[in-house]
Design a protein around this ligand. Structure first.
Ligand code: SME
Length: 155
């Protein structure tokens, strides 16, 4: 619903990540751009999957209590287990939700894949109900693909 130019944001991430060192610097840059360009993105972070646990890497927004999430727990753990993007329009109506901030109303989690392996995921919270639609999903899945290519050195 916002006036976000999704194609421009995706292009900016592609351009910036082409020059960023792989691993943490690339993740940090992607997180910074997404948080800065999309007003509805209140909290933007990247989790890395280490064996059966998601470990919080770079993020922008208030510190989260959930720095480690077991596979299968929360929306984050569900997306990693299912290897699929999950959009939750109203987090208060989803029993899987692990609260990060009382202001959060909706969430999208996009797995970062290499083939069939989950490397990690992009997690974004919004203070607005139903903030994430097909345009967010399309852009973030494309950016997850870019992050997958820039993953080496992250683990
Ligand atoms: N809400 C997530 C936990 C992470 S915080 O949003 C940063 C979940 O339910 O998995």
């Amino acid at each position: 619903m916002t006036n976000v130019d999704y194609a421009a944001v995706e292009q900016e991430v592609r351009r910036e990540l082409a020059h960023a060192p792989a691993g943490e610097p690339a993740m940090t840059r992607a997180v910074e751009i997404l948080k800065a360009r999309v007003p509805d993105y209140t909290w933007v972070g990247i989790y890395q999957l280490f064996s059966n646990e998601l470990v919080l890497g770079p993020f922008r927004g208030k510190p989260s209590p959930h720095t480690r999430i077991p596979l299968g727990r929360g929306i984050c753990g569900a997306a990693a287990a299912e290897k699929e993007t999950i959009i939750v329009d109203d987090v208060n109506a989803d029993p899987r939700y692990l609260a990060c901030s009382v202001d959060t109303r909706s969430e999208i989690v996009v797995p970062i894949m290499r083939g069939t392996e989950v490397l990690g995921e992009i997690d974004i919270d919004s203070d607005r109900v139903g903030a994430f639609g097909p345009s967010d999903r399309r852009m973030l899945e494309a950016i997850a693909g870019v992050l997958s290519e820039k993953w080496d050195g992250a683990r």
